[in-house]
Write a protein that binds this ligand. Sequence first.
Ligand SMILES: Nc1ncnc2c1ncn2[C@@H]1O[C@H](COP(=O)(O)OP(=O)(O)O)[C@@H](O)[C@H]1O
Ligand SMILES: [Mg+2]
Length: 333
Amino acid sequence: MTTMASAVMALVCVSATLLLLMAAPQPPLYGSAAVLAGLIGGSLLLIAATALGTYWMMSRTLQPVRAISGKLATIRPSNLSERVPLPSHDDEFKELAQTTNQTLERAQAAIQEQLRFASDTSHDLRNPLAAMRTEIEEALMRREEIDWVDTADRLLESVERLQDLVTNLLEISRLDAGVIGQHDLLNLAVLVDGELDHRQSKVRVVRRFSSGVMVNGERIGLTRLLHNLMDNAERHARSTVMVTVEHRGDAPVLEVYDDGSGVPREQREVIFERFARLQDARAKDAGGSGLGLPIARQIAEDHGGTLTIEDSPSGARFVARFPRPAALAAGSR
Ligand SMILES: Nc1ncnc2c1ncn2[C@@H]1O[C@H](COP(=O)(O)OP(=O)(O)O)[C@@H](O)[C@H]1O
Ligand SMILES: [Mg+2]
């Protein structure tokens, strides 16, 4: 608007000048100093008015940006729940404010998750440490009559719990940091078979493997996934754990299932959350951390696969699906 007004004024001034020049006697052409001064003065005024108008208009237009950046400058980790103001008009600035708020929301969720994780971790570290402290204090109070070998055995249990927890925490931070080890084309059945040979199981472990099931993966990661599933299955099984490796369609699939009490349908996603342990497991083994399944799922997903629980006649049936290796897929085309 202001620019239009300035243009009209400029046109009027130029026309008036021309009229004056035409009306003036010949010569003097620019003879009058007063006319010349008026022209220069008018032009300067016009330029000043245009500049002021443009400045006013720009600052009005950019006002929402100032409001957004002013608010952003005050946001800290302690007040991440605050949001930038939304401009009233539906334009690019509103879009910018909405995107900024969505980013803040994601940052807030991530920080809250980290805080919850730190608090759960401290809690889990505190329990074995408190048990060790009590054990040592009691032993020292009755130092003459105490059986030090028994005491050492009980302390060792707590140390093992601490060690397991710290190992899991290290694994989680490695996975969260996206550290990716070397991926090789691996024969899944051979890998699983070899790992099961090294396990000492308290229950019967039945293996059913198809040949030629190849995955592109990190050996250490896949081994850990298998052991995490096996630890659980052996803990919960009544008598038998079944491990299968086969193709479903094109996809390599690893299954670990047991004949235990299973996982209720409504808890099947909950148990993949960090530190989640069901009552049944707490009763069976106080030492778990609730990190085994989240780690196993993250490993499967980092390989482009999935880890889920599926229905089975009895017990829990964990199914890890992997993508068909690209090299094989290309070869079969
Ligand atoms: N095979 C299974 N049968 C029944 N419940 C299971 C089985 N595997 C896992 N769960 C449940 O899932 C929970 C989480 O498992 P996990 O993350 O490995 O933690 P942890 O083994 O340390 O308890 C277990 O505490 C248990 O309640
Ligand atoms: Mg476990």
